[in-house]
Design a protein around this ligand. Structure first.
Ligand code: SF4
Ligand code: SF4
Length: 153
């Protein structure tokens, strides 16, 4: 068990060290489908790691947004496995208790456990609860589309 943990930690370390090869070209961020959502981008997270700011990198709100689509990894001219680095950071954040409360995933998990399915309306509301909507007009439009498709109760 102890050996497994050590092996896991060294793999995580290997991924984090890849950031030292980053030349800050930004190709990862420009191809990322969710980078526009926060002021942190994959490039910026790499910069944090290069400076040794591991906790800042692991606390980045971007980590929860990453869809693990691998576009950044494919685009990186330095062969950095960007998505794996982000995943390693996410695991580190959970292990250290730095991870942010994730209402969306918690609500989804609870709904599946209790009802065996997800109610999209309730999940959408739970995700927005206590937050200032970032895209209020798009959200309203989505609500309208859901209504037209009979997805609202
Ligand atoms: S794996 Fe994550 S960081 Fe990379 S392009 Fe996809 S969403 Fe963006
Ligand atoms: S594409 Fe690669 S080298 Fe360029 S900023 Fe992103 S991680 Fe760094």
């Amino acid at each position: 068990m102890g050996e497994e943990k050590t092996a896991g930690q060294s793999v995580a370390c290997e991924y984090l060290l890849q950031a030292l090869r980053c030349v800050q070209c930004g190709k990862c961020s420009s191809g990322c489908p969710v980078a526009f959502e926060t002021r942190h981008t994959p490039r910026k997270v790499m910069r944090f790691l290069q400076r040794g700011w591991v906790e800042e990198a692991a606390r980045s709100p971007f980590l929860e947004l990453c869809a693990q689509c691998q576009a950044c990894t494919v685009r990186c001219p330095r062969g950095i496995e960007v998505s794996e680095v982000l995943l390693a950071l996410r695991r580190l954040a959970r292990a250290k208790g730095w991870a942010r409360e994730d209402g969306f995933h918690k609500s989804m998990e609870r709904m599946i456990r209790e009802n065996g399915r997800v109610n999209e309306m309730k999940l959408g509301l739970a995700a927005q609860l206590g937050r200032i909507p970032r895209h209020p007009f798009e959200d309203l439009l989505l609500l309208f589309k859901m209504f037209l498709r009979g997805k609202l109760p």
